[in-house]
Design a protein. Structure first.
Length: 100
């Protein structure tokens, strides 16, 4: 095989790899859990008393998370209605019931 043919083969292989990788990328960026505005509220408000293991182990839907937040208000938690909504949305999305 000549040098010219080898270089051409490498160029074709590289182009195919780039095309394949580009095809696998989502067209619209998906927001990650780190970008969810409720994550910052949960981190600031809930981690004062709870560890992240509690959230990973509980696995509840949004409504159940909201009920849990209101139970925490009964125990002295102080949050605004907007903070409660953000926390319940985040927890329901990130730590919701697993469907397998």
């Amino acid at each position: 095989m000549t040098l010219r043919r080898t270089v051409a083969s490498i160029a074709v292989a590289a182009a195919l790899l780039c095309t394949s990788a580009a095809a696998q990328q989502p067209t619209t960026p998906q927001p990650s859990a780190a970008e969810h505005p409720g994550r910052a509220v949960v981190t600031a408000k809930c981690f004062q008393c709870h560890t992240d293991a509690m959230f990973r182990d509980a696995r509840q839907d949004r409504r159940a998370w909201e009920a849990a937040i209101y139970r925490m208000i009964g125990r002295g938690g102080l949050w605004t209605a907007e903070e409660i909504k953000l926390m319940a949305d985040y927890l329901g999305t990130e730590f919701g019931v697993r469907r397998e």
